[in-house]
Design a protein around this ligand. Structure first.
Ligand code: ZN
Length: 251
């Protein structure tokens, strides 16, 4: 059976001497395909399988093994990610993150968000707000959005004083707070609420970026909270790319 699929490249590995195993994010979630002769045949696949390339693969499916990638059309190459250092590090982080949290049968919106993100990210200057923004969006597509409105223990709507429970997945009120909960500034709650509703839109992101450039502490708080939440709920530990990215942000 033959089929075509639009895909974002998440990685590749050599198998044997000549073939490539390619990791792809598609409308149906993550899948792996084999590019026969992919290590050698420069003509046939060019540089199609670079991270975050947006491509269309022509797949031949057989019932038992992984699908074979017969042909590739390149739809979009995010060129600037290869030479802009900040973008490069963030794209390494993003690729690693997507590879770890994506699975089969994700909603199609998840894929289209990633396609839009790659284009956006390539087109405009790097914004540090993108990190918590992307993380909170991915969390929501995966069904793990932190509860930001009601106390996760009693359902009360706190107005001024907030705590946050990583384990219970959201804010708690003063009365229900436990020792391990973290105090949360109202500003951070507002930012988190804003981020989780925000579309991938340049003006909204720029506005928040400007705020973060002045209120660095708020940025650090927001970033750390989303990052810890993601780590805990997706059970992931991201490697080198993240640390390099952190250094850039503080440099
Ligand atoms: Zn409560």
């Amino acid at each position: 059976m033959f089929l075509r699929k639009k895909a974002i490249v998440l990685g590749k590995e050599s198998i044997g001497e000549i073939d490539l195993l390619v990791e792809l994010l598609t409308e149906d979630g993550k899948l792996w395909g084999i590019a026969k002769g992919g290590q050698k045949s420069k003509k046939r696949f060019l540089n199609a399988f670079e991270d975050l390339n947006y491509i269309e693969v022509h797949l031949r499916k057989n019932t038992t093994a992984l699908p074979i990638i017969e042909k590739v059309d390149i739809l979009f190459i995010p060129e600037s990610l290869r030479y802009d250092l900040k973008k490069y590090f963030f794209s390494s982080y993003l690729t690693e993150l997507l590879s770890k949290v994506s699975f089969q049968d994700l909603p199609a919106d998840y894929f289209w968000f990633v396609v839009k993100l790659v284009r956006f990210f390539d087109q405009y200057e790097f914004l540090k707000v993108l990190k918590p923004f992307v993380e909170i969006k991915l969390l929501s597509f995966l069904g793990w959005t932190p509860e930001l409105k009601r106390c996760v223990r009693c359902g009360y709507l706190p107005k001024r004083v907030f705590y946050f429970s990583y384990v219970d997945g959201g804010i708690t009120c003063y009365k229900c707070r436990k020792e391990e909960d973290e105090f949360l500034e109202k500003n951070v709650v507002d930012i988190l609420r804003k981020l989780s509703k925000m579309p991938l839109d340049r003006n909204s992101l720029n506005e928040l970026e400007k705020y973060f450039n002045v209120e660095l502490k708020m940025f650090d708080r927001t970033k750390r909270l989303v990052e810890n939440f993601l780590k805990l709920h997706c059970d992931i530990e991201l490697s080198s790319a993240k640390h390099l990215f952190e250094e850039l942000n503080h440099g």
